[in-house]
Design a protein around this ligand. Structure first.
Ligand code: 13P
Ligand code: SF4
Length: 319
């Protein structure tokens, strides 16, 4: 067998031996996604990953994704062992929102309800009233706006401004962005659409407004996958991390999928269209964490209990 098959078989055997379940994001390596599907784990967006990990009976969760996903799993299931293939896999949104600076921002605006995106550290979540993911941000902010609440939003400025336009809510925003989605380009997308007039345009809301404005569907990774599977169109232009294409191709093999343009579909842009942190997840990492107990996620108990409130509020809302 090829080396990949051998690694996959080894990881599969270890998962079984340790009664562990693999919870993967759509942007990670295709072999990891396939292994999760084949072993009763899950491949999904950040909301479903959190729910799946919380509800699964396994006492060991392997979270293949980025740090905040592992932390959310640990916050929701402190009694479980949560392991990650590479604990250094972070996110530019998380890095760009240091807890102390965020706390000062909140302190300066005590009249606002604090809503944070899932892509933040446990310490930032500990300061928040609500956590949201891209799949429920709009509905939750609309709900708060209808109750007359003013919002402090962090950290993704593109998702924040999209939600603001959709809901009309009063939102004071942190100015973070995703280094991957921030690179999608509106003008180049217009040109590509002219070449593919039948194509539907699917956009993750971490993308800039000039790209979101051209979308037929704006949504989380799971929502974009659903659109490819259910929309009656032969072609789709997809503005999200290209790790997403693996599952889209498997789920809709007859559809033509086209990557949305970035400035550097060239050597100049290393992070374009594929997240360097998601790319740190590999089969070998799954093997190492199960064999040697590496990559265990820890969250300090006071921070965990504080952060749990905003995650539970979201999970109750989306029930
Ligand atoms: P989803 O919740 O839509 O999967 O997004 C997570 C993410 O990090 C997108 O870049
Ligand atoms: Fe963070 Fe962007 Fe990577 Fe998602 S794709 S984990 S938002 S840097």
């Amino acid at each position: 067998p090829s080396q990949r098959t051998a690694l996959k078989d080894r990881a599969r055997a270890l998962l079984q031996q340790h009664n562990a379940v693999l919870v993967a994001h759509y942007y990670v390596d295709g072999d990891l996604q396939d292994l999760a599907m084949e072993t009763g784990g899950c491949v999904s967006d950040s909301l479903e990953m959190a729910r799946f990990g919380r509800d699964h009976a396994a006492q060991t969760l392997i979270v293949a994704g980025v740090r905040f996903m592992g932390e959310s799993a640990k916050i929701l299931s402190p009694q479980k062992r949560v392991l990650m293939p590479d604990l250094d896999a972070t996110c530019s949104l998380d890095l760009g929102c240091p807890p102390d600076q965020f706390a000062a921002f909140c302190d300066a605006h005590p009249d606002r309800t604090v809503v944070v995106y899932a892509n933040t550290s446990a310490a930032v979540k500990a300061r928040a009233d609500w956590m949201v993911t891209s799949s429920c941000a709009e509905a939750i902010v609309r709900h708060l706006h209808e109750q007359g609440q003013k919002i402090l939003w962090a950290p993704d400025r593109h998702l924040g401004s999209y939600v603001q336009r959709q809901t009309g809510a009063d939102m004071l925003m942190w100015q973070g962005d995703c280094i991957v989605h921030n690179e999608f380009k509106g003008v180049e997308l217009e040109l590509l659409r002219q070449e593919h007039p039948q194509a539907k345009v699917l956009v993750h809301p971490e993308s800039p407004k000039s790209v979101v404005d051209q979308a037929d569907v704006v949504g989380s990774t799971a929502q974009l996958l659903k659109a490819v599977m259910t929309m009656d169109a032969p072609e789709f232009i997809v503005a999200t991390d290209n790790g997403m294409f693996h599952r889209m191709r498997q789920s809709a093999p007859t559809k033509r999928l086209i990557e949305a343009p970035t400035a550097g579909n060239s050597a100049t842009c290393k992070s374009c269209a594929h997240c360097p942190w998601m790319a740190m997840n590999a089969l070998q990492g799954v093997i190492d964490c199960l064999e040697r107990g590496t990559g265990e996620v820890q969250v300090d108990e006071p921070v965990r209990t504080q952060a749990l409130g905003c995650i539970d509020r979201m999970l109750d809302f989306v029930k």
